[in-house]
Design a protein around this ligand. Structure first.
Ligand code: 5GP
Ligand code: MN
Length: 338
């Protein structure tokens, strides 16, 4: 953030504001952790603050402090619209293209309130007056910590904020193992733990909260659905609507499934295709230099990071898988270089 931007934003935040925090469609641990961490912080500073999500998020995030006040715009579009209309400041967290918040994009885009972007995805759209954007940051939650420091408010860090930001960093770094995890990330986590973040409890709350059917779905996917293409250093899963139903699918049940493909020796590219809500949701992960952000943008109207991206397909599940398989030869050189 440029010094002039910082000064202007500090001045704005010195007066009580009506703040809305929005995050991306199908929020994950970083989207919710960063949004709720910021929510606690800005409330402490004396602002009126509301978090709005475009849709619901998995139950394993519902324990987080502040969850109960979140407005799900799909469930309550009227309230979401009223809050955005009334806002004097809108924070946009963990996304940088208004398309990522679906129908909320129009409301936020048309709102005269200045926007503050806090995000770590590449290629940001220019809609924000203020921007704390760092592609190298492990997570948006890490950037919320940096934002508090920039505003001179490290002293306001408390256990609730620390737990929320810890969860954001932990989930987006695959528990501190992805390459985006830096020495700075660990230094931030040190401060969060000093402020009361419950590292071990947070792991249990997020990762040890599986239903039996989720674990059985994972077993089914691994033993029956995994397709391995060693010639392309690729592995993928595809799950039909009926297969989701058979295992009583709940939101979040297949989160992380795509990563199993990457745990195999020699595999650098993993994909997951899920037939849900009338479209095929696509998830892509890679190791090393193979750029799945580019792959998702070029072929599945999506985006994300170099090593983690997503998108969607309007084709049938089988057609989507065929399209994917046919694309692989075009990427063979890049896959071999990864
Ligand atoms: P996931 O596969 O977990 O849904 O998403 C992985 C990453 O890709 C996340 O950083 C997420 O924000 C991004 N992503 C997922 N789906 C889309 C999409 O449809 N469009 C864009 N631009 N990014 C996406
Ligand atoms: Mn993130």
């Amino acid at each position: 953030m440029k010094p002039a931007e910082k000064t202007a934003l500090k001045r704005l935040l010195a007066q009580p504001q009506q703040i809305v925090i929005v995050t991306h469609w199908s929020p994950d641990g970083d989207a919710i952790g960063s949004s709720l961490g910021l929510w606690h912080y800005l409330r402490k500073k004396g602002h009126k603050v509301n978090v709005i999500t475009p849709n619901d998020y998995p139950e394993f995030l519902h324990w987080m402090p502040g969850h109960k006040q979140v407005t799900d715009a799909q469930r309550d579009p009227g309230r979401a619209a009223r809050l955005i209309a009334r806002a004097t400041l809108v924070f946009c967290l963990d996304f940088n293209d208004l398309k990522r918040i679906n129908v909320l994009g129009k409301l936020v885009g048309e709102s005269p309130a200045p926007k503050v972007l806090i995000d770590h995805h590449p290629q940001p759209d220019a809609f924000a007056r203020f921007s704390l954007h760092e592609v190298k940051a492990s997570s948006t939650a890490e950037l919320v910590y940096e934002f508090m420091s920039l505003m001179g408010d490290q002293k306001l860090l408390d256990k609730h904020i620390a737990n929320c930001l810890y969860v954001g960093i932990m989930t987006d770094t695959g528990s501190f193992r992805f390459p985006a995890t830096t020495a700075r990330t660990h230094a931030v986590v040190q401060h969060l733990m000093e402020a009361g973040a419950e590292n071990s409890l947070n792991h249990n709350r997020i990762y040890d909260d599986n239903s039996e059917s989720r674990i059985r779905l994972l077993g089914f996917a691994l033993s029956e659905k995994l397709v391995v293409l060693p010639e392309f250093r690729t592995a993928f899963f595809a799950l039909s609507h009926d297969e989701h139903e058979r295992f009583h699918f709940q939101k979040g049940d297949t989160e992380g499934l795509v990563n199993y493909g990457l745990t195999m020796r020699g595999i650098v590219f993993a994909a997951f295709f899920a037939e849900r809500d009338g479209i095929i949701k696509c998830s892509f992960r890679s190791k090393g230099k193979f750029d799945v952000n580019a792959f998702a943008r070029e072929n599945f109207s999506g985006g994300g990071h170099v090593n983690a991206a997503g998108g969607a397909s309007q084709l049938s599940l089988n057609e989507t898988v065929s399209k994917f398989r046919k694309l692989l030869p075009d990427y063979l050189a890049a896959l071999n270089k990864a």
